[in-house]
Design a protein around this ligand. Structure first.
Ligand SMILES: NC(=O)c1ccc[n+]([C@@H]2O[C@H](COP(=O)([O-])OP(=O)(O)OC[C@H]3O[C@@H](n4cnc5c(N)ncnc54)[C@H](O)[C@@H]3O)[C@@H](O)[C@H]2O)c1
Length: 361
């Protein structure tokens, strides 16, 4: 600990399941600027397992009791999606900084309410999107903001990922891929539509859409979507068409049905076309290039394989925001809100068979 940073951020975690035990707990324990002051989970078995794996004794089955007793500076909300809103609200009204896992929340009104609460209580609110911390993505975002490819006219994203067994309620079948250090996800977390709020959309399109909106600054205005469940209870394949502000239009296509054997060959592809040029980004391969109308091609530095999913960056950023070590929130609520708007409009459009305007939500 440096002399210039005498205090550590006191962080509490709500939800002691797979993602907390795989990522947030080990990352915080390795961070000299952080102290874990408590973990809460409704499920006493999961709570005990997480506590004993990481030698943490401050355990609560009621997160409100934890917030009142431990008075943390920052709170990580890593529960199932349905519980994100209440847990984040309880922390924000106590003036605590919040990192809420994706998909932030399930409804646009809830997302806007959390953003307003954060502003009202001057509390940081960030959403758990690791790809906003990839240096190459930050460089591309700055180039687009500086006008390198002009005004965006058409954008296209494809995300093909390996989550079908999560959506089927069979997370153990990915044991050999993820090597769950303590526990895998609860079966219902990603497969029960009432708890998850959906399938591929809320689990994966949320990442793809948030990165698109963060890279470009675009705001969705209206949405038309088809979604197919196939043999699942939640959507597996999504085809979404969006009208953005400033006359830009675009598509987001996604499937969760990539096989385990191809886990290294998932795809997350962006094609962003503007009046002065276009940009290509392939996140899984780590490549990005900018082609401009003067004939130039700028290839951004390759993202090294080990940095292509910087999962540890979100909780590190929460700590840095709490301590004032950084002042710019790289994964702000504003992007979370626009992402929830896009997703809620997509689900409603697929269900109602019509174009949904974001201002209806
Ligand atoms: N950013 C990423 O790459 C990434 C990866 C995986 C998961 N996630 C997100 O992390 C979150 C957790 O996912 P997971 O895979 O760890 O699921 P999980 O099912 O393993 O864990 C969720 C835990 O929350 C607990 N919980 C539910 N309601 C609660 C409440 N009211 N109070 C306290 N605890 C409660 C459950 O008992 C469960 O143990 C989800 O939002 C998920 O989308 C993000």
């Amino acid at each position: 600990m440096s002399k210039h940073d005498p205090r550590r951020a006191r962080i509490a975690i709500i939800g002691a399941g797979w993602w907390s035990t795989q990522t947030h707990l080990p990352t915080l324990l390795a961070n000299p600027y952080a102290e874990i002051v408590g973990i809460a989970d409704l499920n006493a078995d999961k709570l005990r397992a997480a506590g004993s794996a990481y030698n943490i004794n401050s355990l609560y089955t009621d997160y409100r009791a934890m917030l009142d007793a431990e008075k943390p500076d920052g709170v990580i909300v890593a529960t199932n999606h349905l519980a994100h809103f209440d847990a984040s609200r309880e922390a924000l009204v106590r003036g605590m900084a919040v990192l809420v896992e994706k998909p932030m929340v399930l409804r646009a009104v809830e997302a806007r309410a959390l953003q307003a609460l954060a502003e009202q209580h001057s509390a940081h609110l960030m959403v758990g999107y690791p790809w906003h911390f990839t240096p190459q993505h930050r460089e591309l975002r700055e180039l687009i903001a500086a006008g390198r490819i002009g005004q965006l006219q058409m954008v296209s994203t494809l995300y093909a990922s390996m989550v079908v067994e999560f959506l089927r309620g069979n997370p153990q079948s990915y044991q050999s891929v993820f090597n769950y250090p303590v526990t895998g996800p609860t079966a219902a977390t990603y497969s029960d539509p009432r708890i998850a709020g959906g399938g591929q959309g809320v689990l994966q399109v949320t990442h793809a859409a948030a990165l698109l909106l963060w890279l470009t600054g675009l705001k969705p205005v209206s949405v038309s979507a088809f979604m197919e469940r196939h043999d699942l209870r939640v959507d597996l394949c999504d085809a979404i068409t969006v009208r953005f502000d400033n006359d830009a239009i675009g598509t987001i296509a996604s499937t969760g049905n990539i096989a385990r054997i191809q886990t290294d060959n998932q795809r997350l592809d962006y094609r962003l076309f503007g009046t002065e040029g276009y940009a290509m980004l392939e996140v899984i391969e780590g490549t990005a290039s900018v082609y401009t109308n003067d004939g130039a091609i700028q290839r951004l530095p390759l993202t090294p394989p080990d940095n292509r999913y910087p999962a540890e960056c979100t909780s590190q950023h929460l700590v840095d925001l709490v301590l004032g070590r950084t002042t710019v929130n790289q994964s702000p609520a504003s992007v979370g809100v626009r992402t929830v708007e896009l997703l809620e409009a997509s689900y409603r459009s697929a269900t109602e068979g019509r174009v949904i305007r974001v201002d209806e939500l």
